[in-house]
Design a protein around this ligand. Structure first.
Ligand SMILES: [Zn+2]
Length: 106
C-alpha cells in the first residue's frame, strides 16, 4: 500500500492508514464507542465524519483547492480518491508528502 512507502513519519503513516479504513476518531466514529453530546463539525456545524472533516468541509475544500489548483488535478476528494491518486502518481513522493501534511494539519 502506498501509505507504507510514503516518506513521512511513521505516526503519519498510521494516521493515513486509519483514515483510509475510516477509523479516525472523528465524532461519528466516537459516537460508535461512547456518548458524544455534539456530533457536529467545529468548523461548520455539519455532521463530522472522516470524509467531512478532511475533504468535504468548507475549510478542507479551501485547503485542497489551494493544493490542487496549481497542478490542475480533478481528483475525487475523499479518502479513496486520494489513495487512487497516490497509486497513479507513484513517483510523486513530494506530492504525497504534501497531501499527508495537509491531512495531518486538518
Ligand atoms: Zn465542517
Amino acid at each position: 500500500m502506498m501509505i507504507w512507502k510514503a516518506n513521512v513519519p511513521q505516526r503519519i503513516q498510521i494516521f493515513l492508514w486509519l483514515l483510509v479504513r475510516n477509523k479516525l476518531l472523528t465524532r461519528d466514529n466516537l459516537l460508535k464507542r461512547q456518548h458524544v453530546a455534539d456530533t457536529t463539525c467545529l468548523f461548520c456545524n455539519e455532521a463530522e465524519s472522516v470524509n467531512h472533516l478532511l475533504f468535504y468541509c468548507v475549510v478542507a475544500r479551501e485547503l485542497w483547492r489551494e493544493i490542487f489548483s496549481p497542478i490542475g488535478s480533478n481528483i475525487e476528494l475523499n479518502s479513496h480518491g486520494l489513495l487512487d491518486w497516490w497509486a497513479r502518481n507513484d513517483n510523486k513522493t513530494a506530492d504525497i508528502m504534501l497531501h499527508a501534511t495537509a491531512l495531518w494539519t486538518l
